[in-house]
Design a binder for this molecule. Structure first.
Ligand SMILES: [Zn+2]
Length: 98
């Protein structure tokens, strides 16, 4: 599915793990907002994002929030375009290490 719009690749569900009690819960994320607070359903603790993270999902969940996913997808597209511009189609024997 090469022609799928970027939106189709954004995952709305994420599994968040409480750092206090290790309780795991699947949550649906808001598409257009970051959730700063999350109340653990296991122990009731109010989770907050770690320093540098925009929301609790980025800090504690398996899938980051939709705005971050969109940014990553866009970055990948830009990277792909950049590679095309360099004329490097297909795989070469370079390692690709950053
Ligand atoms: Zn908890």
């Amino acid at each position: 599915m090469q022609n799928a719009p970027p939106d189709a690749m954004i995952e709305m569900l994420t599994k968040i793990t409480c750092p206090e009690c290790d309780h795991k819960a699947v949550e649906e994320m808001p598409t257009d907002a970051c959730q700063y607070f999350y109340e653990c359903k296991g122990c009731g603790k109010i989770l907050k994002p770690l320093a540098g993270d925009c929301c609790v999902f980025c800090s504690y969940a398996t899938v980051p929030c939709p705005p971050i996913q969109a940014a990553r997808i866009e970055a990948k597209h830009l990277e792909a375009k950049h590679l095309e511009a360099k004329g490097e189609n297909g795989k070469s024997d370079s390692s690709g290490a950053p």
